[in-house]
Design a protein around this ligand. Sequence first.
Ligand SMILES: [Zn+2]
Length: 781
Amino acid sequence: MNRKLKISFIAAGVLITPVLLSPFPRFRAPLSTVVEAKDGTLLGARIAGDGQWRFPGNDSVPYKFEKALLTFEDKYFYVHPGINPVSVIRAVKSNIKAGEIVSGGSTITMQVARISRGNRSRTYSEKIIEMLSAIKLELFRSKKEILKMYAANAPFGGNIVGLEAATWRYTGKSSADITWAEASALAVLPNSPALVFPGKNQELLKLRRDNLLRILYKKEYFDSTTLVLALDEPVPGEPKQLPVTAPHLTDYFYKHNKGEMIRSTIDPEIQERANEIISAHQKELSGNFINNSACIIIKAETGEVLAYVGNTTTGNTGENGEDVDIIRARRSTGSILKPILYAGMQKSGEILPNTIIADVPTRFPGFSPKNFDQSFSGAVPASSALSQSLNIPAVKMLQKYTPERFLDLLRKTGFLTFNRSGDYYGLSLILGGGETSLWELAGVYASLSRVLNNYNSENKYYREDYHQPLLTAAENLEAEKTEDPDPPLSASSVWLTYEALKKVNRPESEAGWQYFSASGNLAWKTGTSFGFRDAWAIGTTPEFVIGVWAGNADGEGRPGLTGITAAAPILFDLVGMMGTKGWFKEPSEDLTMIKVCSRSGFRAGPGCPETEEVMACISGLRSEACPYHKMIHLDKNRLMQVTADCYPAADIRNEYWFILPPAMEYFYRQKHPEYRVPPPAAPGCVADRNIPVMEFIYPTSGIKIFIPRDQSGLLTRVIPEIAHRNPSKKIFWHLDEEYIGTTRFIHQVEILALAGSHILTAVDEDGNSIRCTFTVTGITE
Ligand SMILES: [Zn+2]
């Protein structure tokens, strides 16, 4: 190596080594969590871990701020190598003159280096380190990146750090939207934040800002009109409070995406209006000590959340559980799952839309469901049972479908909170025995509406159509979708369910009548949990799903807290705000016309005299034929039942008769005067065994009964009950072949059965008999 080259290398080494050894400016301070709406509107933010408002950095520094900043602080930023020799020499001179450091002569790059070192005291050695670090930064980072580092970390007075936090707190908007006057005021601030703290030294701040504005005007960044208007703008005052438009959503992101800037799916206008609607209703609810309510609005097509009101915000945080994010809280479902069961049974072909379901007093061990209005209709079409939210038909339906299958269906449609076995929940699952959240519930309805819409446009089912609501923009909307050969629910089953839910006109109590008119193009359902603790309302249109909850976050029940009185009014105001546009298209490819019995709604059998056609799932073609039109044999006057053993065969008249089982008949007759009880057996004739005259309401054959001791320590008793077609007939009761009593009109007895299997027999005065076996599985000792 020649000598000159060697010396050059050594010289370069001598110069470069201190630069390379100097600290590289890095920023590791914690960041605020910032939540924006889908258009960038700030919804809320949480302060960083060190008590500073330091927003996550923007992708670029706004033009106006850059021009204002560089004009004020560092005119040669784009040409100097990190330090500006001219201003350094000028600074050294003035510092020597003053005997202390009064001027920094700092470039933006040096200021970045200084801020990264925590704004240490101004000494010559510190200054040298800053310069070396600045040169190092210039070697490894572009000018734009250095500018971004400055904008993200410059102090703006108090605990406000960085341009983005500063513009929000001083101007109430994003840095992208600032004016020349605001950009100039903000460019002046970091230079000496203590001296020009907004709100304290307004005049000095205005003076400096206006000077800067005039220089910018001279440099022709804007015209004279802009200058006049800019000089007229007030300077920033006290820092403003940040918006609190979606506090529970902000909390959610604070927990899951701390220190990030989140661009959410929220529509700021819908969010604001949903907040207003919740607040307006909360005033009324509070009158009844119902302190909390929440709502979520989801766009069905994508699952994007448009509004997230996690709770009421009267400002009494800490009181009344307003901190609780109700949208995520698990609460008893009440009746809100009934539509899913109805849809499941339509899809499997187990029922048709108007198949009648028993609505009679029903008891299960430890569980006796009641309808909300305490009445029974005997038998009711499944669709009406759903729209009126009758409990007993729902339990009867679940008994047929089984809790295990229903849980499987719930999980497949997107309910993840039901994580116990079918035995654990039992039949009460359909009445609120399990818990879900508004988040899941609204998510499932959005999935179902999506499935129906997508089927209508593509005639296909996709696995990806079922998903949780989205809070940030969907990334893979265009991604390849997987066809689902066996979807949890079919388009026709969802459509039939929505059709039934459109007709909701007497949900749980008469009180909802005033909302009929609003519900034309809306499938909706309410739910009330046991003990009036939770009021739910869910509604869907082809475009969006709205879920509402009202109650007390601490779980306290209130009389009158029902889905229809507390949650439905909020739902309808939200629906009014969103507007409804038309109804779901009928999935005709997935539907078929089925001939049904006009009286039972079952597939028409040979004996059904009147039939009609209904739209149903194709699987409904395999559904059970009408079991209630039975052939009976009558005498020639058709007044009594006879058999060939007691009556001339030639005179027997055969007739199909609509016959309900005794318990159903008892209640059905009261509401259906057209119902004709089958004629009695003629004297000397034995009644037709195929047409029972009585049946057990409790126990049902084969059940296992667990008998606890009551509070006084005595064993509680089993109370069997029978419905007789003619209640005035006497019934003689036998337990394990031993006579235990006679009943008339009210056919109930009280028995004390020991552990083990038992046979209960009942014989009426005409000699008709029924029996049932049951097992007492355990007695608590
Ligand atoms: Zn029939």
